[in-house]
Design a protein around this ligand. Structure first.
Ligand code: A2P
Length: 316
């Protein structure tokens, strides 16, 4: 059974979700349906991923079948970088709702603090391509996010890929507080500092790429990876009768975050849910702490140099 966290607006959020980036057309719908069948209640999406329609169909099928009630699901989606102008936010949110065929979402996130203007086609595998940077302040974007709550399009709003200074600027200006910051968290970048910063301010943290996104298309030889055959992870797993992948997810959960592992495979979907019946010892956690190396799977190098690029070398 997946535990729930209470957000700063009183809403409950399941402490593990299903990631859907790179869950391909034809595959993602059946993965979502199976995930709901076996107990997933939190689904992480984004307009960028290009699969909101298929995910929405799968969700609506499960609602219709009575497998789950809408109020028991936690559906997240994100505002893409090319819709940051305040007037663009409500229409973008409405577009996502139309894609899903739902009348509200539970959480709407600003995908990145950086704004861009699209020049060509959006490419889901290389999302920052075919666009130029815009110097647009995410605090103004936030006002559009607040309008989405006012209009009942989303129950809550939050951030993604924001560093601590950026989180603070939003908090200082917000009429409606962000409930979440979704950031990369895995053994290679455990984010203890930013997690504490957010949680001290009542903002929960969602952990994307909990496995370090092994199939990311931009990875080059020598880039950081998490080997699920790593002897240290495998040895820890043996102690708890768990796989290395489950050890990694449990570690990310025990960091105080909400992991959203992506899988479209039935066996792995089930395994990723099965991490709430054991607890890592502090010495095992200390072993995994040693993987921390600022090894981002998603450094978004293409955004470097654009206003509001979030990642500084001292921020991990
Ligand atoms: P698949 O969808 O075939 O299961 P991340 O969430 O860090 O981006 O990682 C997602 C990647 O990890 C996908 O390639 C996914 O492949 C794979 N994956 C998901 N769950 C597991 C697991 N339990 N063991 C090994 N690989 C996994």
């Amino acid at each position: 059974k997946v535990p729930k966290l209470t957000l700063n607006n009183g809403l409950q959020c399941p402490a593990l979700g299903l990631g859907t980036w790179q869950a391909t057309p034809g595959e993602v719908g059946s993965a979502v349906k199976h995930a709901i069948d076996i107990g997933y209640r939190h689904i992480d999406c984004a307009m960028l991923y290009g699969n909101e329609k298929e995910i929405g169909e799968a969700i609506r099928e499960k609602l219709k079948e009575g497998v789950v009630k809408r109020e028991d699901l936690f559906i997240v989606t994100k505002l893409w970088n090319t819709f940051h102008e305040r007037e663009q936010v409500v229409p973008a949110c409405k577009k996502s709702l139309e894609n899903f065929g739902l009348d509200y979402i539970d959480l709407y996130l600003i995908h990145w603090p950086v704004a861009q203007k699209l020049l060509g086609e959006l490419d889901v595998d290389f999302p920052f391509k075919n666009a130029v940077g815009l110097d647009y302040d995410y605090v103004d974007t936030w006002k559009g996010m607040e309008e989405c709550v006012d209009l009942g399009l989303t129950k809550s709003i939050g951030l993604s890929n924001f560093n601590s200074k950026q989180v603070q600027r939003v908090l200082d200006a917000a009429r409606i507080k962000p409930v979440m910051n979704q950031i990369e968290v895995n053994p290679n970048i455990n984010q203890k500092i930013l997690i504490k910063f957010c949680r001290d301010r009542g903002i929960e943290v969602t952990a994307y790429s909990p496995f370090g996104s092994p199939s990311r298309p931009w990875a080059k030889p020598g880039d950081p990876v998490i080997h699920l055959t790593d002897p240290k992870l495998v040895a820890i797993g043996k102690k708890y009768k768990k796989t290395a992948a489950q050890i990694v997810l449990r570690y990310v959960f025990e960091l105080g975050t909400i992991p959203i592992p992506k899988s479209t495979n039935k066996q792995r979907l089930a395994a990723n849910l099965d991490i709430f019946n054991f607890e890592l010892s502090s010495s095992d956690k200390a072993i995994i702490d040693q993987f921390n190396c600022n090894g981002r799977a998603v450094p978004a190098m293409e955004l470097k140099g654009i206003a509001h690029y979030p990642f500084k070398d001292d921020e991990f």
